[in-house]
Design a protein around this ligand. Structure first.
Ligand code: AMP
Length: 513
């Protein structure tokens, strides 16, 4: 182990001895092979480019690009150069990007060439001096500028507590919060998962998840890199493409929606999975129906785990048989080194089987929300545990069950939607008096977003027009799939909208779960 705590160094130490072996093979008609040496050289060139820009210590590098191997290299280069990586969902629109750039004040912004016009305008207005383009097909100013840099670079010295990344999570009040993760947070979690899930150097990971989120960027990529294992790289999930490469693979990670999509393919069989070692699910609850159907069809038992941007992974069903069985409908045990407790509203520990707020502590827990000390303080207990906002329980065998979310979050296709953000936009639209946004069971996405809108007296807003207006303002996954205009919202005696009644009323909208 090197003396620096730079996460990049820990990953690089596990590159195989043969640097000319393939590290990443891309999917698609014209597959490209990237060797470990390519990763080493390209990250050095990109790190040298960043170093040449005279950025201040702790500079944020904000990235909103389509998924590509080069985008992963950029992430690694930011670690290597010692700056702070700030990934942004590709679906974010201009008002969202303006908020993130205004809040994070990045020194560098990297975006897709097709968005360069509007993203660079926002960035320059906010004072960012460097904006580069990076496209899926290896074109764009970022790689052009990196191409003239040296391919040798000494990684920056980092302490375990220095920041490696900021992941923005949506806020319940509509304001996003930047979760600050250190090199130590990310490395400790990656090492724990490497051991717990039995990662090996001869593993082959099918990487289909986006890399602007904890699941694809940290859990999947760090897992393979720390094991020195090969990845088969998909820029987006494509069930038929995955089936074609499955016989070469040993590990797959997906959100529940992806498992539903795989099961919809008749060719997804035991034979197709013959070399697989591990299927991991997370980011949203995996339905027990999916868990059972998957086991029956493939002969494999999905390993469900639970985590979040602020903490990386917290719990996991067991990998090794001697640690216990994988139980559907549960998220398994707290990971080694992670402490997890269930507390009631008064802060007392709940007995086994009782439901309460999930609180956690450990080397993986983040360093707070970027420039929001008050918000950070609110989310920790007096004795230093992070309040996840998830509600759950321990069962008598020590497995953790998640039963709901105290923060009213909707998770659709693995993406988080905070109702308050969508409601605020709707309430500002002409003819709208108020609104409630809920999630109801959806067979494909887990939950589907639904809006219920009350019109101003005398106004008759058009549902399709309101949805169309939302589409221009926010990422598509946040836009309600159905919008109802009603005369009033159900309320309790305290005047609070009873979203549970709305969820009940609309629960069969998408055919149930
Ligand atoms: P994010 O920060 O986007 O990763 O979202 C984190 C939230 O996703 C958690 O607080 C949970 O509410 C939810 N989540 C993640 N994994 C699971 C899981 N396996 N089962 C249920 N909910 C999950």
């Amino acid at each position: 182990m090197s003396s620096t705590h730079n996460l990049f160094c820990a990953l690089r130490e596990n590159f195989p001895a043969d640097l000319d072996a393939t590290a990443i093979s891309t999917a698609g008609d014209k597959p490209l092979a990237y060797t470990w040496r390519d990763l080493e050289r390209s990250t050095a060139m990109l790190a040298n480019l960043l170093a040449s820009l005279d950025l201040p210590a702790g500079a944020r590098i904000a990235v909103q690009t389509e998924k590509s191997v080069e985008a992963l290299m950029l992430y690694l280069a930011v670690l290597r150069a010692g700056f702070v990586y700030l990934p942004l969902n590709t679906a974010y629109q201009s008002s969202e990007i303006a908020y993130f750039i205004g809040n994070a004040e990045p020194s560098v912004v990297v975006c897709s060439g097709k968005n360069f016009g509007w993203v660079s305008k926002i960035a320059f207005q906010a004072g960012t001096q460097n904006v580069f383009a990076l496209n899926e097909d290896r074109t764009g100013s970022l790689l052009q500028r990196a191409a003239v840099q040296s391919d040798r670079h000494t990684p920056a010295q980092k302490t375990a507590d220095e920041l490696a990344a900021i992941l923005y999570t949506s806020g319940t009040t509509g304001r996003s919060k930047g979760a600050m993760l250190s090199h130590g947070n990310l490395l400790s979690n990656a090492q724990t998962l490497k051991e717990y899930w039995g990662w090996r150097s001869d593993d082959v990971l099918i990487h289909v998840l986006p890399i602007f989120h904890v699941h694809g960027l940290f859990v999947a990529s760090h897992g393979a890199l720390l094991a020195g294992a090969k990845m088969i790289w998909f820029d987006r999930f494509d069930p038929k493409g995955v089936l074609a490469r499955l016989p070469e693979a040993t590990v797959f990670m997906g959100v529940p929606t992806l498992y539903v999509r795989l099961l919809a393919e008749p060719e997804f069989t035991r034979e197709a999975c013959r070399n697989m070692r591990l299927f991991v699910a997370g980011s949203a609850p995996l339905l027990i129906e999916t868990f059972n159907a998957f086991r029956e069809r493939s002969g494999h038992t999905i390993l469900e785990r639970y985590g979040m941007s602020e903490t990386a992974m917290l719990t996991s069903n067991p990998y090794a048989a001697e640690d216990g069985e994988r139980r559907g409908g549960t998220v398994g045990f707290p990971l080694p080194g992670v402490e997890l407790r269930v507390s009631d509203e008064a802060g007392a520990r709940c007995p086994t089987g009782s439901i309460g707020g999930i609180e956690v502590r450990g080397p993986n827990v983040f360093h707070g929300y970027w420039r929001m000390p008050e918000k950070t303080k609110e989310e920790f207990t007096a004795d230093g545990w992070f309040k996840t906002g998830d509600v759950g329980k321990f069962d008598e065998r020590g497995y953790v069950h998640i039963v709901g979310r105290s923060k009213d979050l909707i998770i659709t296709g693995g993406y988080n939607v905070y109702p308050a953000e969508v409601e605020a936009l709707l309430n500002d639209m002409p003819g709208v008096a108020e609104s409630a946004v809920i999630g109801v069971p959806h067979p494909d996405f887990g939950e589907g977003v639904v809006a219920v809108v009350v019109a101003h007296a005398g106004a008759a807003p058009d549902a399709a027009a309101l949805v169309g207006e939302l589409k221009t303002k926010i990422a598509n996954f946040k836009v309600p799939k159905h919008l109802f205009v009603v005369s009033e919202l159900p309320r309790n005696t305290m005047g609070k909208v009873q979203k549970n009644l709305l969820r009940e009323q609309h629960k069969a909208l998408f055919g149930g779960a």
